[in-house]
Design a protein around this ligand. Structure first.
Ligand code: FAD
Length: 474
C-alpha cells in the first residue's frame, strides 16, 4: 500500500467526490468516474431529491476536508419542525432545546458541485463524466465502462476500486453476480414512494412560509414535507403508498383526483403549489429502500462506501450524513494504521473500516425506518407532543446532561449511531412509560426543581431498560 497506488472511485456523487478530495489531500492518486454529465454544466436534478438536510456528522466530514465553511454559506438553518394540520393550523417543535443545534437545508447539486470543484483543485485527481461502470472483474481488479457520449467501451485496471456509486451500485452487483465469496445482501423496499413538487418564491423572491422550519403535513398513512431553497422556493416531497389506501400513486392519475386529494388532505399546501397537476403528473415517483450487505470489501482490491454499502430511507435525514461519516471513519482508520508499527495493507484498512462502521450504518438504517412512522403519524399524537415538550425543557435546563434520541443521532457526531440508537430508544421508552403511568406531568412553566426530578427519574428508568436490553442480548 503506497501513495503511487492507482485508486479508482466509481461514482462522483456526494460520497465519491468527498472521498476523492480526502484521498487526494492524503497524497493518493485518484481517478473518479461518473455516469452522469457534469452537474456543474448540465441540469440533472430531475428525479433526485433536490435539497437535503445536512447536520453535524456531515459537517464533521466536511470540516476534515476543509470545506465546512463553504458548505455553510449555501445552507439554510432549520430550527425545528412546523406541523400543518388539515384545518391549516400549525404548531412548531424545535429539534433541540439547545440553541446551537439545528439542521440545514442544502441543495444536493450545489453541494456536489462544491465538492467536485474542491477535488479538482488537486492535481492528483482526475474526474471523468458520462462514463458508466458496467461491472467489475474482481479477481483482476478491472472495471468495465461505457462512455455515454461516444458509446465507446473501455476498461480500467486499478490497485484499489472504491464503489461510491449509490444505491444501485455496479460494484455491489458484481459482488453478488461473480459469487467469488460469501456475500450477504438484503434490499427492502417500503410500500411508499416519493414525489417532488415545488412551492415557488413569492413575487419578491421571498419564501412564502417560514424558511426556518422543516414543514410537515403528517396524515397517518402518508405525509408531505417541505424544505427551503436559497432562491425562495421550497422543495415539497409527498411520501405515499404505491397501491394502498384511498389515495395512492397508482390511482392518482387524473387532474381531478390529484386536486381532490390535495384539497382534502393538504389544502394550505395546495394553495401554494400553482403547478400541482403538471408537476404531479410529470415528475417521477421514486422508490424508497434499505440496503444492507456484507462484507463491503473483497480482499485488498475493492470496497463499498456510502449508499452503495448502506442505502437507507430518508426519514432521519441521515443518508448523506452517514455517507460523509464513512469518509471520516475511513480516514481515522488510515491514521490509526499509519501510526501503528504494524505492516498494513489495503485489506487490513478495509477490514478495520467495516468492523468500525457496520454496526453504526445498520443502526441508522433501523432508526430511519422508525422515523418514517414517527414523522407521518406520532408527531401529531398528544403523548408524543408531551414527550417532546419535556425533552425540550430538559435540554434547555440541563444542556450538558440530557440529549434526546434525535439530538444523539443528529447533533452528537462523536457518538456512533449504534450507541445513539440504543440509548435513545431506552430513553424514549422510559419517558413514554413515565408519562403513561402518570409519573411525570408537564405544565407551561416548569421549575428547575420539577425538571430535575423528571431528569433523575428518566435517567434511572433508562439505565434499568439498558440493563434489561443487555441481558436480553439487544
Ligand atoms: P449518490 O448520491 O446516489 O451518488 C452516487 C453517484 O454515482 C451518482 O452521481 C451516480 O450518478 C453515480 N453512479 C451510479 N451508478 C454509476 C455507475 N454504474 N458508474 C458510474 N457512476 C455511477 N440524506 C441526508 O443526509 N439528508 C436528507 O435530507 C436526505 N434526504 C433524502 C431524500 C430523498 C427523497 C432521498 C431519496 C434521499 C435522501 N437522502 C438524504 C439520502 C442521500 O441522498 C444519500 O444517502 C446520498 O446521496 C448518498 O450519497 P452517495 O454518494 O453514496 O450516493
Amino acid at each position: 500500500m503506497n501513495k503511487t497506488d492507482k485508486i479508482l472511485i466509481i461514482g462522483a456523487g456526494l460520497c465519491g467526490s468527498l472521498l476523492a478530495l480526502r484521498l487526494a489531500q492524503r497524497g493518493y492518486k485518484v481517478e473518479l468516474y461518473e455516469s452522469r454529465p457534469d452537474l456543474r454544466k448540465v441540469d440533472i436534478s430531475s428525479g433526485r431529491s433536490i435539497n437535503l438536510a445536512l447536520s453535524d456528522r456531515g459537517f464533521k466530514a466536511l470540516r476534515l476536508c476543509g470545506v465546512e465553511e463553504k458548505a455553510r454559506e449555501i445552507c439554510i438553518p432549520m430550527f425545528g419542525r412546523l406541523m400543518h394540520d388539515k384545518a391549516g393550523n400549525t404548531f412548531a417543535s424545535n429539534y433541540s432545546g439547545r440553541e446551537n443545534e439545528y439542521i440545514n437545508s442544502i441543495s444536493r447539486g450545489d453541494l456536489n458541485a462544491l465538492l467536485l470543484n474542491e477535488a479538482e483543485k488537486h492535481k492528483n485527481v482526475n474526474i471523468y463524466f458520462n462514463k458508466k461502470c458496467k461491472n467489475v472483474d474482481l479477481e483482476n481488479n478491472v472495471a468495465y465502462f461505457k462512455d455515454y457520449k461516444t458509446k465507446e467501451e473501455f476498461s480500467i485496471k486499478a490497485t484499489v476500486i472504491f464503489g461510491a456509486d449509490g444505491a444501485g451500485s455496479s460494484l455491489r452487483k458484481s459482488y453478488y453476480l461473480e459469487k467469488k465469496f460469501l456475500f450477504s445482501y438484503a434490499q427492502n423496499y417500503l410500500n411508499h414512494g416519493y414525489k417532488e413538487l415545488e412551492i415557488p418564491a413569492d413575487k419578491t423572491g421571498k419564501h412564502q412560509i417560514s424558511n426556518q422550519h422543516l414543514h410537515i403535513w403528517p396524515r397517518g398513512d402518508f405525509m408531505l414535507i417541505a424544505l427551503p431553497n436559497l432562491d425562495g422556493s421550497f422543495t415539497v416531497t409527498l411520501f405515499l403508498s404505491y397501491n394502498e389506501g384511498e389515495f395512492n400513486f397508482e390511482n392518482l392519475t387524473t387532474e381531478e383526483k390529484i386536486t381532490q386529494f390535495f384539497k382534502q388532505e393538504f389544502p394550505d399546501a395546495l394553495a401554494l403549489i400553482p403547478d400541482i397537476k403538471e408537476e404531479f403528473l410529470n415528475n417521477p415517483t421514486g422508490a424508497l429502500g434499505t440496503v444492507k450487505c456484507s462484507p463491503w470489501s473483497y480482499q485488498n482490491k475493492t470496497v463499498l462506501l456510502g449508499d452503495a454499502a448502506h442505502a437507507i430511507v430518508p426519514f432521519y435525514g441521515q443518508g448523506m450524513n452517514a455517507s460523509f461519516e464513512d469518509v471520516t471513519v475511513f480516514d481515522e482508520i488510515l491514521n490509526q494504521l499509519e501510526n501503528s508499527l504494524e505492516v498494513y495493507s489495503w485489506k487490513s484498512v478495509f477490514k478495520a473500516y467495516e468492523k468500525a462502521r457496520k454496526k453504526d450504518t445498520d443502526a441508522i438504517a433501523d432508526l430511519a425506518i422508525d422515523n418514517f412512522y414517527e414523522m407521518r403519524d406520532h408527531v401529531a399524537n398528544p403523548i408524543f407532543k408531551e414527550k417532546r415538550k419535556i425533552e425540550m425543557d430538559l435540554e434547555k435546563t440541563f444542556p450538558t446532561q440530557y440529549f434526546s434520541k434525535y439530538s444523539l443521532v443528529t447533533f452528537n457526531e462523536n457518538i456512533g449511531y449504534n450507541t445513539a440508537m440504543k440509548k435513545g430508544r431506552a430513553q424514549d421508552k422510559a419517558l413514554l412509560n413515565l408519562i403513561a403511568d402518570n409519573e411525570v406531568h408537564t405544565h407551561l412553566n416548569m421549575t428547575k426543581n420539577e425538571l430535575k426530578v423528571i431528569l433523575e427519574k428518566v435517567k434511572t428508568e433508562t439505565d434499568n431498560i439498558l440493563k434489561e436490553d443487555k441481558i436480553a442480548g439487544l
